[in-house]
Design a protein around this ligand. Structure first.
Ligand code: HEC
Ligand code: HEC
Ligand code: HEC
Ligand code: HEC
Length: 485
């Protein structure tokens, strides 16, 4: 009895778990499990397929020719990268100091009309836009001269350039006339500028960067993968000049002035050694070097470069779409995409990140305007000394100081990002620029006193772009306004 009742108790399973569930429920659970396993299997297959798709670079759908310039052809194989690249066409985004629209620097800051007097940048100086517009924008700027402009000016605008260099020869490409190549240069900066068509690996297509590394005794082929994520940009976002040397058979040959190094002092020492100047300032007579857009060189002095963060980390962050991770090719201001560009490393809120960046930029701008004010006055002071009859040998000192100060200011002013890429270096150089300009002014004041002039210089009204242009043109034509009573 007891055993029977015991076993019957066991069979009825009072409080004894799932074994005692009714049969129909067991079948239902088993059925559910089968369905669940099937679903999991399907999900796994789909993930594998997506991964496979994401890794597609190794299995090209359509082979791409060595110098294929057409981004749309590459796009057939890599639609995500191509579609995101096409967004560099967008040109109505604004941030406090950047974004993608043709901000008119000269309207905003007439001092620059004076600083670039007699040079193309006093005529037309617009903020850059996305890569998609590079060809139309260079063709449209009033800085391109007619009937001759160096073919070199196409170098950083188009993915037709490597193809043309291969066809014509590098020297011949640079020596050509910009206008003669217009029919051949069609495609804006694109895939082929940064990628090998077969392996899709990052590569250097511009000889000037390769040669600049060689001049520093470095081999660019030894660069790490992380360095390449900045070096592809350094093909264009750098300081450069055009070298003409009949003995070497070079005309308008593109050179980055890095033989002594990439800091401002090293580049300036190089320019001083070869006595390079882009223009003689029509107001002061100082031999000026125009800074281009030394984004890479300034970036190298900042904390992000020190910590191995690349241009692509901020300007081409990863994006995930339908489980696929790919590189966002919409190269733009990172402030328009803080979540992907910065917040992956910095756990601050978006507002806080934007505020910190704008804080750095606002301070840089204040230092920049102070340097401009001092430089503009120094140009006029030297002109006043000329009007008072100073001899050229007496003016060599102030002119040299102006050249040094001017390049330091322009190095930061022409840089993109308003100082963000290296805040301390930016204000250091702007501070030096102002100091050098003030030294030039002190020397000139002493000279004026020796010439019997003790009144202060009467600075003309340059408060608007139009007024500044008038004043600058006067000096260009050799009839500058009277600066002394
Ligand atoms: C740590 C992130 C970071 C790195 C690394 C970085 N940038 Fe930037 N960059 C920024 C920020 C932030 C701005 C300011 C954008 C603004 O003001 O809207 C900027 C601005 C720019 C701009 C102007 C864009 C605009 O819309 O005004 C260019 C061009 C640029 N950077 C190029 C480069 C290049 C080339 C490199 C590498 C040599 C580089 N950046 C490295 C964060 C970065
Ligand atoms: C082949 C030359 C070239 C290369 C390579 C290149 N750039 Fe540019 N970049 C330009 C030119 C030229 C412009 C200005 C185009 C215009 O205004 O029409 C520009 C504009 C930009 C802008 C401004 C876009 C905007 O919307 O305001 C950013 C940001 C930028 N580049 C970042 C980079 C980064 C980051 C890299 C590397 C991953 C890079 N660039 C590689 C030539 C180049
Ligand atoms: C200014 C340089 C630049 C240009 C122009 C450019 N890419 Fe890239 N691309 C990069 C960088 C940087 C990476 C990241 C590579 C890495 O870290 O290995 C990348 C990655 C890729 C990858 C690897 C997968 C991924 O998304 O990370 C593909 C595919 C690709 N690019 C296709 C293209 C295509 C197609 C175009 C033209 C529409 C193009 N790229 C234009 C710089 C560029
Ligand atoms: C790949 C990681 C990474 C990314 C992406 C990144 N940063 Fe940084 N950032 C760092 C590191 C590392 C430091 C240095 C911190 C240290 O060493 O104490 C730093 C420092 C800073 C600093 C303080 C130093 C200074 O220069 O004043 C600021 C501000 C900053 N980052 C802003 C940004 C912004 C804005 C972005 C996006 C446009 C960004 N960072 C993207 C890694 C990153």
């Amino acid at each position: 009895m007891t055993t029977e009742s015991g076993s019957s108790e066991r069979r009825t399973g009072k409080g004894n778990g799932w074994l005692s569930l009714p049969v129909w429920m067991g079948i239902a659970i088993a059925g559910l499990l089968v369905v669940l396993v099937l679903l999991l299997g399907l999900l796994a297959v789909s993930i594998m397929e997506r991964r496979w798709e994401a890794q597609r670079p190794s299995m090209v759908v359509r082979p791409i020719a060595q110098w294929e310039p057409d981004n749309a052809v590459w796009g057939q194989n890599y639609p995500r990268e191509y579609e995101s690249y096409l967004k560099t066409r967008i040109s109505d985004t604004k941030t406090k100091y950047g974004g993608s629209f043709p901000r008119d620097y000269l309207e905003a800051d007439p001092l620059q009309v004076i600083l670039f007097a007699g040079y193309g940048f006093s005529k037309d100086y617009l903020q850059g836009r996305g890569h998609y517009h590079a060809v139309e924008d260079v063709a449209g700027t009033a800085r391109i001269a007619k009937p001759f402009q160096a073919g070199t000016c196409w170098s950083c605008k188009s993915t037709d350039v490597p193809r043309l260099m291969a066809k014509m020869g590098v020297k011949e490409f640079y020596a050509s006339n910009f206008h003669d190549l217009a029919g051949e240069v069609k495609h804006p900066i694109g895939c082929q500028d940064c990628h090998d068509p077969e392996t899709l690996k990052l590569r250097i297509t511009r000889p000037a960067l390769r040669e600049a590394f060689a001049a520093m005794g470095k081999d660019i082929d030894q660069a790490t993968h992380q360095e390449m994520r900045s070096l592809v940009c350094a093909q264009c976002h750098v300081e450069y000049y055009f070298k003409t040397d009949e003995k070497e058979g070079l005309k308008n040959y593109l050179v980055f002035p890095w033989a002594k190094g990439t800091t401002l002092e090293e580049m300036m020492a190089y320019y001083d050694q070869i006595e390079h100047k882009d223009y003689v300032h029509p107001i002061s007579g100082a031999p000026i070097v125009k800074a281009q857009h030394p984004d890479y060189e300034l970036y190298l002095t900042g904390v992000h470069a020190y910590r191995g963060v690349s241009c692509a980390d901020c300007h081409m962050p990863y994006r995930t779409e339908g489980g696929v991770k790919y590189t966002d090719h919409h190269v733009q201001s990172p402030l328009l995409n803080i979540a992907n560009s910065c917040a992956v490393c910095h756990r601050w809120s978006e507002d806080e990140i934007r505020t910190r960046v704008e804080g750095i930029q606002t301070k840089t701008e204040a230092a920049k305007l102070a340097a401009e004010d001092a430089l503009v006055k120094a140009h006029f002071d030297v002109a006043a000394a000329v009007q008072a009859g100073a001899k050229p040998e007496d003016l060599a000192g102030p002119r040299k100081l102006l050249r040094q100060g001017h390049f330091r200011w322009d190095f930061i002013s022409a840089n993109n990002g308003m100082g963000f890429h290296s805040p301390q270096e930016s204000v250091r150089l702007l501070g030096e620029a102002a100091n050098l300009a003030q030294q030039a002014r002190v020397e000139t004041a002493r000279l004026l006193a020796r010439l019997g002039v003790t009144q202060s210089v009467a600075y003309p009204d340059i408060s608007t772009r139009a007024k500044a242009w008038e004043v600058a043109q006067g000096f260009v034509q050799g009839q500058g306004v009277k600066l002394l009573p």
